[in-house]
Design a binder for this molecule. Sequence first.
Ligand SMILES: Cc1ncc(C[n+]2csc(CCOP(=O)(O)OP(=O)(O)O)c2C)c(N)n1
Ligand code: SF4
Length: 540
Amino acid sequence: MEKLLLLGAEAIAQGAIDGGMSGIYAYPGTPSTEITEYVQHNKIAVERNIHRQWSANEKTAMEASLGMSYAGKRTMVCMKHVGLNVAADAFINSAITGVNGGLVVTVADDPSMHSSQNEQDSRFYGKFAMIPIFEPANQQEAYDMAYEAFDLSEKLKVPVMIRITTRLSHSRSGVETRPLKTENKLKYPEDPIQFVLLPFNARKRYRGLLNIQSLMEQQSEQSSYNTYYPGRNKSLGIIACGIAYNYLMENYQEGKCSHPILQIGQYPLPFIKVEKIVNECEHVLVLEDGYPFVEEMLRGYLAKDTKIRGRLDGTIPRDGELNPDVVAKALDREVKTGMEIPSIVTNRPPELCAGCSHRDIYNALNETMIEFGKQKVFSDIGCYALGALPPWNSINSCVDMGASITMAKGAADAGVHPSIAVIGDSTFTHSGMTALLDCVYENTPVTVIISDNATTAMTGGQASHATGRLEEICIGLGVKPEHVITLTPLPKYHDEMVKVLREEMLYEGISVIIPRRECIVQSVANSKKQKKVIVEGVAQ
Ligand SMILES: Cc1ncc(C[n+]2csc(CCOP(=O)(O)OP(=O)(O)O)c2C)c(N)n1
Ligand code: SF4
């Protein structure tokens, strides 16, 4: 056992490795990416050959993880909160199939939308699937929960969710590790039709899931992560979930909080402990990072219970992440915010890097669109989404991964012409391929620009499944080879790019234009790596 300084994300990865995990599956997404990256570089993971490659998207990751569980091994699947929307079909059904080897679904939520399109709270998904959820308050708990979640999953024979938020994922703390467990051996499910969700079996399995709900509640009631701390000042009781407990205690550094506190780290909610604090105190403040998940349950549908305070009655702002100051305000305590930002400091909106290939394609696109008119460009999620901002103002949508091509299709069906999609290489293989197939199926006239920078740049430069195979994929999906055109996005080829874009926009069918140039940041990082290898080679 040793003490390590780890990010919350890394603590989960280390806990999973030490807990006997045989494979991790994930698609990158902030703030969850570092979990898989840690496993990719971990010595034991390399020695054990733990599966640690990226998946094409969150659904394929979830299903591969379920397959590994089917084979009796311990496995984790990780994603950001919106990734769980992509994986939802497999995720919800995995609760019905149940597991063989322990399966842990780690989801990192992003309240305040630091790098996301929404701030949805994954605890609702856990409840919807009717599985246990762990929610750590700090990095040590993140480690311990990942370590123990496989046991709980194998004991209850269902997946277990670990839900974290950005601040926990991206902050460091000392973590004590526990003994390394051996991996499970390959073992088929005892029931050969456990994973067959045909109605006759699905009904049986669903009833089984319902039947173990009371066992899950019992586990929560006994869990050391759900702790009741007595306090003499019962004018207010505090229920603090996950990292909110940390924020609460930051307000009581001088000593003990005089109010009774119920710390929640495991769901379903421990009913007896919740009932105790609610009955005992005049008012109850619910602190939770994300949606008013617990608060809503306590207030009930008619929200008549004025005893309960939190986001729904305005004690805490309805949106945005929690922090020690927000908690201090809710408790009427002194707010120790730092200095005001001086007025001389101006906002610096994010921008495409100097030399980025997306810049060149937007310059060409903007010039082409002078002839065709405005509001016809549907974009996607990736660095190129910054094309929505000045000086480009090139795109008119950015909704969810893959939506560019499908939205362009719908608009084309409605009569928009030319209808243009801008998508990145990684996003294309994540969820753009089936969208393109829809266009091929109906020969919908869309112009698809796959801006290929050979990486998943927005999340830090992970490998892209599309690298080296984009043309083949598009032709394989049925796009005519003469309308799959590769360009080099550089200022010196500007006129050529405009010419090709114009021709393809006039074409009444599907065309795919692939501007290809490596992400400049990734290219610098790669050349530094190469230099290092050469220097190390010389030193040897
Ligand atoms: C469902 C979902 N999963 C993951 C993410 C995180 N994410 C945002 S953009 C992106 C991929 C970007 O790669 P690419 O399309 O190649 O564009 P680039 O950033 O390289 O320009 C990812 C993984 C997300 N927003 N939504
Ligand atoms: S990281 Fe790469 S893709 Fe993203 S803006 Fe910078 S150069 Fe462009």
